[in-house]
Design a protein around this ligand. Structure first.
Ligand code: ZN
Length: 328
């Protein structure tokens, strides 16, 4: 039995038909974790859906009303890039409930997973990029409202910029010192551009491929705009750099790790060059840093569009295995 909980429901499945987003990945990760004996049935918790008040901590009443009444405009539905249905609304409310539950268990057990969520492209007033509701932001806002935490840090390793996260937690930004440039670069992949601006109660870090969706990247507290084709070593160095810099500036009571599987070299929507082993090392790095500083970690999954869905499942399962190795 694990020393932490995995929040999961079969109803995480997103009813979006044939789509590049592998909606069945959640069930396959759940099944693989059991088959490979990384986890046992007792490690899983079933979430309840968030209620509307929770969703409204992040999203506008007008947007929530449109979702509940099926009155998105065709343009809004197109921008979301997943076909609207009441069942899809239920799946996103459930994902938000799952992240809320995982955040609570992270405070208790030092780490907890939502085997889903990470919908970092959702904005307060609209959805985009397969994301309807920003489950991580809802969880953070609910924890703050309940006085369980005051501050949080998001560490977003999805290959795509966390534009929704950045917009939601924008607050007042003050430019701070740039990250120290790395001295020993062995790969000729060009230098990432790093933008750095301090946030209020939630500090947002995004490592992403610069030349990828979304075109407009509202500033996070730290943005690492990676050039195309970055590999394991370079990526890990920038992740280490961003974490150190962020934690020098900010002392979070909860770290929300958005563990996207799409920096993988065989991802259909990504242009970085990480291996499955490199991605696991990223997981280990985030967990090691959080453990050393005694910061609870809540994990969500975000994207993953490997040509072979088995690879996406492996990458997501490895994140649980990494937590098991580091947290016991
Ligand atoms: Zn992504």
């Amino acid at each position: 039995m694990l020393r932490f909980k995995l929040v999961y429901s079969d109803n995480y499945y997103l009813p979006i038909g044939t789509h590049v987003f592998p909606a069945e990945k959640y069930r396959r990760v759940h099944d693989r974790l059991l088959e490979s004996k990384v986890a046992s049935q007792d490690d899983f918790l079933t979430p309840d859906p968030a209620n509307d008040q929770d969703i409204l901590l992040v999203h506008t009443p007008q947007y929530v009303e449109k979702l509940k009444t099926g009155t998105l405009t065709p343009r809004e539905e197109l921008q979301m890039e997943v076909p609207y249905s009441p069942e899809l609304v239920r799946a996103f409310w459930l994902a938000a409930g799952g992240s809320m539950l995982a955040a609570n268990y992270a405070l208790k057990d030092r780490v907890a997973f939502n085997i889903g969520g990470g919908f970092h492209h959702a904005f307060p007033d609209h959805g985009e990029g397969f994301c309807m509701i920003h489950d991580v932001a809802v969880a953070i806002r609910r924890m703050q409202r309940d006085d369980k935490i005051r501050t949080a840090m998001t560490v977003d390793c999805d290959v795509h910029h966390g534009n929704g996260t950045a917009a939601i937690f924008a607050g007042m930004r003050v430019p701070t010192d740039p990250l120290p440039s790395r001295s020993a670069s062995t790969l000729d992949t060009g230098s990432p551009k790093v933008r750095n601006a301090h946030a209020g109660e939630v500090f947002t870090i995004s490592l992403h491929q610069e030349n990828n969706y979304p075109a407009w990247k509202p500033p996070s507290s730290i943005d690492v705009d990676l050039p195309d084709g970055i590999g394991d070593q370079e990526y890990l160095a920038w992740l280490d750099n961003a974490l150190s810099s962020g934690l020098r500036q900010f002392d979070p009571e909860l770290l929300c790790y958005i563990a996207g599987a799409d920096p993988y070299k065989e991802d259909q929507l990504g242009g970085l060059n990480l291996t499955i082993e490199g991605l696991k090392k990223s997981d280990e790095l985030v967990f090691r840093v959080a453990k050393a500083r005694d910061i609870p970690v809540m994990v969500t999954y975000a994207g993953g569009y490997a040509q072979k869905i088995d690879d996406t499942v492996t990458i997501h399962c490895n994140t649980v295995a990494a937590a098991k190795e580091i947290f016991g």
